[in-house]
Write a protein that binds this ligand. Sequence first.
Ligand SMILES: NC(=O)c1ccc[n+]([C@@H]2O[C@H](COP(=O)([O-])OP(=O)(O)OC[C@H]3O[C@@H](n4cnc5c(N)ncnc54)[C@H](O)[C@@H]3O)[C@@H](O)[C@H]2O)c1
Length: 332
Amino acid sequence: MAKIYAYGIRKDEEPYLNEWAKNHADVTVDYTAELLTPETAAQAAGADGVVVYQQLDYTAETLQALADQGVTKMSLRNVGIDNIDMAKAKELGFEITNVPVYSPNAIAEHAAIQTARILRQSKKLDKKIENGDLRWAPTIGREVRDQVVGVVGTGHIGQVFMQIMEGFGAKVIAYDVFKDPELEKKGYYVSLDEIYAQADVISLHVPALESTIHMINDETIAKMKDDAVLVNVSRGPLVDTDAVIRALDSGKLFGFVMDTYEDEVGIFNEDWQGKEFPDARLNDLIHRDNVLVTPHTAFYTTHAVRNMVLKAFDNNLALVKGEEPETPVKVG
Ligand SMILES: NC(=O)c1ccc[n+]([C@@H]2O[C@H](COP(=O)([O-])OP(=O)(O)OC[C@H]3O[C@@H](n4cnc5c(N)ncnc54)[C@H](O)[C@@H]3O)[C@@H](O)[C@H]2O)c1
C-alpha cells in the first residue's frame, strides 16, 4: 500500500486532506503540522512520497535527510519553487510537482473587491461611522462603470479580473507581452504607455521578473492619470513602494491596493500584536485611509486551499505510481 506523508498541514487544510484520504482508501496518509527540516525528515520514513508547503528553504541538508529516508518524490501545495536547492534535488534524483493554478478567482475577486472599496472610500467611511460621524460628505464614491480599468498581465488571474470588472460595467483595456488570441480578437490590447495614459484603475497581474521589478516607479506614475488607483495583488517587487508613497502624498494617486509588499518576507502572516512593528513604512501605509493592505491573503479562500491540497496529493500519487503528474516541476 502506498504511503504519503504531508508536512506543514494547517488546521484549515485538514478537512481537505481527510477528504482526499477518504477517496483514496488504498493510500496511507499521515501528516504533521511541522515543516520539513533536516530534523523532521525522519518522520517520512517508510513513505513513498511527501506533500509540502513552506516558505522555509528546502536546503541541500533537508533534501539529503529526506533522501536518506528513501523519499525523493515531493509535491508542493503551492506554486513557488525558488526556495528549493534545485542542484541538490537533481543530484539526489528528486521528482517534484507544484500547483501553479489553484483558484485564479480567489485572487481576482480580492483585487476586484478592494478596487471597489477604494473607489467608494469605504475605509474612510467605516472609520467615520465608527466614530459616530454619519454625514455623507465629503466621502463620495466613484462608480466602477465609470472607470477605465487597465489590466497588466492577462494570464489566469488577469483574465478573471477583467471579467469581474466588466460585470460591474467598467471599460477594460489590457497589456501583456504575450497576447491571448481571443482577447486580441476582441480588441483589448493596448501598449503599456496607453494603459498608463488612459486607465483610472491599473491592476498588475504579472510575475516578478527582471523586466517587471519596480515597473511602477516615479516615471511610470508620472504617466498615469491624476486620481488613478493602483492595485497590486501580484508580487511586491513590481512596485517601488517609496514612489507610490510620494504619489499618495502628492495626491496623484487616489488609492493603493496592496496584497503583496516588496519587504513582506518575515512580516506577513505573523502576529505583531503586543510587539514592536518591524516596518515603519508598512505601518504608515496600513494606517492611511486610501490604502488597503492585506498580508498576501488574496489566495486564501476555502476553494483555493482545497484545490492546493487535493491537487498536490493527486500529483504525489501519480509520482508514487510512476505515472506522469499533471504539473511536474523541472528539476535542475
Ligand atoms: N496575492 C496572491 O495571493 C497571489 C496568489 C497567486 C498568484 N499571485 C501572483 O499573481 C500573478 C499572476 O498570476 P497568474 O496565475 O495569472 O499567472 P499567469 O502566468 O497565468 O499570467 C501571467 C501573465 O503575465 C504575462 N507577463 C509576463 N511578463 C510580462 C511583462 N513583462 N509585461 C506584461 N505581461 C507579462 C504573461 O504573458 C502572462 O500572461 C503572479 O505574479 C503570481 O505570483 C498572487
